[in-house]
Design a protein around this ligand. Sequence first.
Ligand code: ATP
Ligand code: MG
Length: 309
Amino acid sequence: MNTSALSIHTLTKAYGALTALDSFNLEVDQGSIFGLLGPNGAGKTTLIRILTTLMRQSSGSATIEGFDIFQSGQEIRRIIGVVSQENSLDRYLTARENLELHARLHGMERRLYAPRIDELLELMGLSGRQKDFPDTFSGGMQRRLVIARALVHLPRVLFLDEPTTGLDPQSRRAVWEYIRSLAGKMTIFLTTHYLEEAEQLCDRIAIMDHGKLIAIGSTQELKDHLNGATVYEIDFAEGAAHSAELLGNMPCVIDIKQIGNKVVVTLECWECLAEIVTALNGAPVRRISLQERTLEDVFISLTGEKVRE
Ligand SMILES: Nc1ncnc2c1ncn2[C@@H]1O[C@H](COP(=O)(O)OP(=O)(O)OP(=O)(O)O)[C@@H](O)[C@H]1O
Ligand SMILES: [Mg+2]
């Protein structure tokens, strides 16, 4: 039995000499929320454009709910919902008409789509503005309308390319809550640069760079990939510089940074903490706290600190 909503095999896309997607493989379970992360230019939008049949791959293959993206474009467009990275609303239609047009293009009857559109407008906080044109909306309101539109026809697989970029914290939370409420009812494939968003929402996360998949797993599994190093922050009442120098010479200390009265020390493993505490004997330590590893640490350790062009 095939329970993969998405099945991607050696998918490759070249733009001239640039390989934007390089032998990409991935399986996404039905009903899951899957997050794809990667620096600017990693190839996320390219992958989504190919999967949503807006663009052809150079080689390789992929299926969505068993339909081949190359051969069954029409079936696929019927069962997917897409929120693209750029808002693509019809500016000559009102907010409500944008949703109605989408419903009709999907062959829905008015008695089905009218209440559904009411519900989505309400949910996205746009009921009061449904007769207005998108050009008169703020960026965040347009984004919410695009998300509502992608959901009108109850897709089986929902693609969200940076769904919450440009949203204020309230709207972002509302969108998260809604995405969560959809879990299990449809498969959700999203990209984001907000690592907290991925951590909060996604069952599984993939990190890609230069067109290739470089890591995959749950947030916890990805964090476990980081080496055993643990980071502690030590607050001193005084003499932080002196203690930093002392600790910096210890073999179990991998890295040390002093910022004012604080010293951030990276240890080979948590067992080294006892040695550190012994070495600090008599120093005016106010507090020692463990710095939890974040998804951002994983991301930076895998993709580097360099800003992408
Ligand atoms: N139509 C195109 N023609 C030529 N090169 C392109 C085209 N679209 C994208 N690229 C290139 O392909 C690479 C991947 O781009 P893509 O838009 O897929 O990245 P992304 O991961 O979505 O980045 P971002 O986080 O900035 O949205 C980039 O190097 C980009 O410059
Ligand atoms: Mg993109």
